[in-house]
Structure formats: structure tokens, C-alpha cells
Design a protein around this ligand. Structure first.
Ligand code: 16G
Length: 227
């Protein structure tokens, strides 16, 4: 569903634990409510947001046709689990998976955890939803909803869907559809007045099925400062 711009460029697996012994990590342990020297395994289970919000979504009328399969956040498919991104998901290949969507560059486990902590410290903003292969303990799909707080539209919320990607060898199993339905429904449930995404020309048809349309009269403009 997503173009493989850096196929298999990264595995996302790290054997180094040095970074986790740094003072900064200790501080993060304490900030996350854990204590002592054995807290790292606990910290690895910390979620970016409470997964419960996904299971409470009303999936009685999803935009997608799952060809008769009854997929939803609670039952995402055999051997799969849908949940919020966790602090330990670097080890489960989340960053490597992103490499199948876009240029990732060097992202160490330390960098991943620092970014995760930064996002988690902005409550009600970052909702990275993942699908975990529970057999192989690997992240096989992900999508992020970012909720922006606005003054306009009566101090409204506005959603952006970012970084939607399914592992190359798990495509064609409707995982992207389930992720998109979930992220879109979540934005609506959280009260966003609109939700948007950017995508390549060839994916316009894919995203239309979830209710997205090209916004005639509006343009997506960027300045790119670096890769
Ligand atoms: C796609 C992604 C966007 C991501 C961008 C990276 C979706 C729906 N869109 O447009 O989230 O930021 O690719 O492209 O997943 P870039 O590396 O050219 O910035």
C-alpha cells in the first residue's frame, strides 16, 4: 500500500544497551513513574497513549469493506494485536518499518526513546497505532494521528494522519485499511473538525475509500530544507 522507498534498509533491531544506562534514561524512568535500576523492562511497556481508546471506538460502521472479515481494533486478525506504540517498540522493528515508507536516516534506540518521551509529554496529541505480530513480536503496520489544537473553528481540534505503513510481506491483508479506519474514526471520536493526509498520486484511490478527497482549490505546499 505504501511505496517502498528504502526497502529493507533498516531492521530496527538493536543489540546495544549502553544508551539505556545513561543518566538521561534514568531521569526518564523517574518521569514515567517507574523506580529503581530494574525499571527498564517496565518502561518498555509504557504506551504513547492509552490503547483502551482504540477498543472503545464504535466500529459498527467502518468505511472499509473487509471482504466479510470482522476486523476491528479488538480483533485485528489472527496472531495480531492492535495497540498504542510502546517505548520498547524500537526492538520490535517500528523504526525499521518506517524505512519502508520514507527515508529514516540514523535513528538509534536512544534517539527513538527520547522522541517517544517527547511525544508522550504532549498528551492528547500523538496517537501512533501499531499492529504487532504476537508470534514474532514484530510491528507489522502503523499509522499516526496527530491532533493539532487550533483557535479557529471555535477553538477546534484538527487531525493529521501521518506515517501509514504496512510491512512489505504483510501487504494485501487489509491491515492498512484497518489502520486507516481506526485512525480516521479516532480523529472523529476525539472531536476533530477535519482530518487530512498527504500522499503520492498513486495512493489517492486507496485513501478515497476512507472518505478522503482531493481538496479542490487548496494546495499542499512545502519547502524542503533537508532529507
Ligand atoms: C507520506 C506520508 C507522510 C510522510 C511522508 C514522508 C501518509 C499518509 N503520508 O506522504 O506521513 O510524512 O510520506 O515523505 O503516510 P517525505 O520523506 O518525502 O517527507
Amino acid at each position: 500500500m505504501t511505496p517502498a522507498r528504502a526497502p529493507a534498509a533498516e531492521t530496527g533491531l538493536s543489540t546495544s544497551t549502553e544508551a539505556d544506562k545513561s543518566p538521561a534514561t534514568t531521569k526518564n524512568h523517574l518521569a514515567n513513574g517507574s523506580s529503581g535500576c530494574c525499571a527498564d523492562s517496565v518502561d518498555n511497556d509504557v504506551e504513547l497513549f492509552d490503547s483502551k481508546i482504540l477498543f472503545d471506538l464504535d466500529f459498527s460502521n467502518p468505511a472499509s469493506d473487509y471482504r466479510g472479515m470482522d476486523l476491528c481494533p479488538k480483533t485485528p486478525g489472527k496472531g495480531l494485536r492492535m495497540r498504542a506504540l510502546r517505548r520498547g517498540d524500537f526492538q520490535r522493528g517500528y523504526v525499521g518499518l518506517l524505512g519502508q515508507l520514507a527515508h529514516v536516516g540514523e535513528v538509534t534506540e536512544r534517539m527513538y526513546k527520547d522522541r517517544f518521551d517527547g511525544m508522550r509529554n504532549c498528551p492528547n496529541t500523538y496517537y501512533t497505532i501499531v499492529l504487532e505480530d504476537e508470534v514474532h513480536h514484530k510491528i507489522v503496520g502503523a499509522a499516526t494521528l496527530v491532533v493539532e489544537q487550533k483557535f479557529i473553528h471555535s477553538a477546534a481540534l484538527r487531525g493529521r494522519i501521518e506515517d501509514v505503513v504496512v510491512l512489505e510481506d504483510r501487504r494485501g491483508q487489509d491491515l492498512g485499511k484497518l489502520l486507516m479506519d481506526t485512525a480516521t474514526l479516532l480523529s472523529k471520536t476525539l472531536g476533530c473538525y477535519k482530518v487530512s493526509l498527504e500522499c503520492k498520486d498513486k495512493l489517492v484511490g486507496f485513501y478515497r475509500q476512507f472518505g478522503y478527497q482531493v481538496d479542490l482549490g487548496n494546495n499542499y505546499m512545502i519547502q524542503r530544507f533537508r532529507n
